[in-house]
Design a protein around this ligand. Sequence first.
Ligand code: S3P
Length: 504
Amino acid sequence: MNTAACQKQNEPAQPGQAVIGLTAADVLETRWRRLAHAGARLPSNYEVIVSPTEQPNILTAGRPDGPLTGCLRVPGDKSISHRALMLGALAVGETRVTGLLEGEDVLATAGAVNAMGAEAARIEDASEPNSWRVVGCGVGGLGAPESALDVGNAGTGARLMMGVVAGHPMTATFTGDASLCRRPMGRVTGPLEMMGARFQGRDGGRLPMTVTGAETPLPIEYELPMASAQVKSAILLAGLTAPGITTVIEPQPTRDHTENMLRHFGAQVETEYLAGGGRRIALTGQPELLARDLTVPADISSAAFPMAAAILVPGSEVVLEGVGLNPLRAGFVTTLRDMGAEVAESGRRTEGGEPVADLTVRASSLKGITVPAERAPSMIDEYPILAVCAALAEGTTRMQGLAELRVKESDRLAAMAAGLAAAGVEVEEGKNELVVRGTGGRAPAGGCRVAVDLDHRIAMAFLVLGLVTEAPVTIDDGAAIDTSFPGFVDLMNGLGANITAAGK
Ligand code: S3P
């Protein structure tokens, strides 16, 4: 099957719609209800219905009856969706965004920018899927929210919005779920304090946290102690209102969506490659950002799960449409190919300033490799699912330079090591690395129950593992999947996977 054939058989797939049989409005309403329950501020055009207490969504994955086949478009890129709402809110005029991820993390950002005076709302009768309009207030024009900003599970939402608030003379309090409230914020508050913002948080550096922005932020030059696009972006967003050049030096290149999108909205951002592999990014402050239209590509970090499932389930062939392949995000594709996976690319094109292509992924025998530390920033969110692929490879896979995995939605190094071991896979957890001894295609035992600890990617990784283990794998709560990949279970089952909810 190729993409052309796939498009002939089906209408072009739309996120969350091709297979799942729910309308986008149904999906969105469920999300809004969950957010409202968490106290989030929603766009004014949504009626809020508070849902009863949520029950855990226990999910079990077992071996499917046959290969996985089909064509799908996974939801929009999470990183780009957050940024589109924030920059739309900071621009003058009406920005139209197509293909926005309507996952909980991004909807929380929509709630946050609305609470600060912008107007982000879904366009119900749009011809393009997941279309939103954002009416912005201009650089420096956002106002203080009346109540706390609850950004749920979203590290990107919290850290980037803290940068936005730091650049405005206002006070705002950020809170989130239990996962977000244990994540370190000192990495953003440190540089933002140098710019003139003030922070008061729990245990010194955790949410809930109150941010008082600077009257006029100071432009700084800041060398990041770790490769983090979130920290880089927070500083650049605060630097928008600073009268001068704000410079960030990163030790390794990280995703450059903020820089690309700032340029798209009219800001001047210079990037210089440094000897030793790092980069210097310089933003000229106080630009006038003008509303622009944007298309959000399908998220490679979500596509990674059906890709891995297609590689691992014998006989499978799956086509993923319009996947974002920004070189600073595409390390997973490189790594899969290094391991021997068949991932073919067609229809390379540019959408919304980002490279995208259709990917045809076929079941493949994998071999273990060493994944070098330098590659980590380009696939930082894909290690959980890579570890699942490694479990079925022939030989040992060594994943290096993974210290940052310890401060994601959960400690992903520990979570993968524990879950794989429980499923009968030989695994070693190092301080900064994970070593997985693959079975060479033989099914691991499985038959375990994994606690996902509010981590969407741990949840999806173990559900993919359960498709190829002897006995099924159960996760204790799949609710977090909605933060990044609404419709995941139905999309996967639409390809032929076997994922069931408890009691169904
Ligand atoms: C993101 C950056 C990465 C990534 C996260 C999204 C972003 O985090 O893990 O899911 O959108 O900037 P770090 O900046 O902490 O590496």
